[in-house]
Write a new protein. Structure first.
Length: 356
């Protein structure tokens, strides 16, 4: 009798637990669907599909882990995206009921609100350029063209940092890199020249005047160093063919923030050599004859400059030249220079609207 009583009691407890819906998970869906695109400024309606017999005590909404709203029911949440930076945003809803939490998430992509303005160019002047220079970085300061020439000795090339006489194209001062170093983007700031490397994940800091190597630092922004420029306060770098630009502290070289670059269609990848001009970032697109102009505050591509007729691919193949890569800005004289890898010429150009 004793065991029968215990068995009956256990059966009753099991029956009670199985019939009580308290703390049981339910199927909650969230919309919009993951990967939905919105242009910056468009409203996003976030909706939860909650079973009618499930009572939520509260719902907490988060955007990229930051709390943005709390509701008492499953009514839609409206998001204004006009102040959002571009890129992928994670939307999470934490649903609380009778002391239990359920979490559902989705993600959306914020694109540029406008189609980039298509621009063309006029050649104002042409200068000679060393055809042995596989240009990876280019800047103009105090009448001198600074150039980073990439290559490995095993491939018959040798990386270097150069000072170039812009009028003649001749190297007036040079610091060679080690044979196993492939030099990449450069920038001049605080009387120093900073140079990235391709696979080596190290950066070099030189004295601007003597090109004496002052120090090295670990490049932590990606597997590969690509483009580099500065705005006087921060460094900007691209890496490994992505649409990301990393903003770096100019003294300790740590990442301060990231910029995701988009146009109105999606991410703009393969950002390469960089230049900062009048508050905007100018970037070569690797293996393309375009330069994109990027708003660093939002990541939106506001202009796309077509340079396909500057030095045609057909002529480059005949001459043994490689891709467009190299943007330099004379901030005093307001002159824009472009060139490419192993190109015979450096072009001073003016950005203009295309002819109708």
């Amino acid at each position: 009798m004793k065991y029968k009583h215990i068995l009956n009691l256990s059966a009753g407890l099991i029956l009670f637990c199985s019939c009580n819906p308290k703390n049981q998970s339910v199927n909650i869906n969230i919309s919009p669907d993951a990967g939905t695109n919105y242009k910056q400024g468009e409203k996003v309606e976030v909706k939860l599909d909650i079973p009618v017999d499930y009572k939520a005590d509260s719902i907490v909404y988060l955007l990229d882990s930051a709390r943005i709203d709390t509701k008492k029911d499953g009514s839609p949440l409206s998001l204004a995206t006009d102040t959002y930076t571009l890129g992928t945003k994670l939307i999470t809803a934490k649903v609380y009921s009778e002391g239990k939490e359920q979490e559902v998430s989705t993600n959306i992509n914020i694109l540029a609100s406008k189609t980039p303005e298509l621009m063309s160019f006029q050649v104002e002047k042409i200068f000679p350029h060393d055809t042995s220079s596989f240009t990876e970085g280019l800047e103009y300061h105090d009448g001198i063209l600074y150039e980073s020439d990439g290559g490995y000795c095993k491939d018959g090339q040798k990386s270097s940092l150069r000072k170039v006489d812009i009028a003649t194209g001749k190297v007036i001062q040079k610091a060679d890199n080690d044979c196993d170093t492939f030099a990449e983007g450069i920038t001049v700031i605080d009387n120093k020249v900073i140079q990235l490397t391709y696979h080596e994940r190290v950066g070099y800091v030189y004295d601007k005047n003597s090109l004496k190597l002052l120090s090295k630092f670990n490049y932590m922004q990606g597997e590969e160093g690509w483009g580099l420029c500065n705005d006087g306060k921060y460094l900007y770098t691209t890496t490994t063919g992505t649409n990301q630009i990393f903003v770096m502290d100019k003294d300790n070289y740590r990442t301060v923030r990231e910029i995701d670059v988009y146009d109105d269609k999606g991410p703009v990848n393969n950002l390469n050599e960089l230049e900062y001009i009048d508050g905007m970032l100018y970037a070569n697109i690797w293996e393309m004859d375009d330069i994109v102009v990027i708003d660093p505050k939002t990541g939106a591509v506001v202009q796309r400059i077509d340079l396909s007729t500057l030095y045609s691919k057909e002529q480059r193949q005949k001459d043994g030249a490689d891709v467009l890569n190299g943007i330099a800005w004379d901030a005093v004289g307001k002159r824009l220079f472009v060139t490419g890898k192993d190109w015979p010429k450096l072009y001073q150009i003016k950005i203009v609207k295309p002819k109708a």
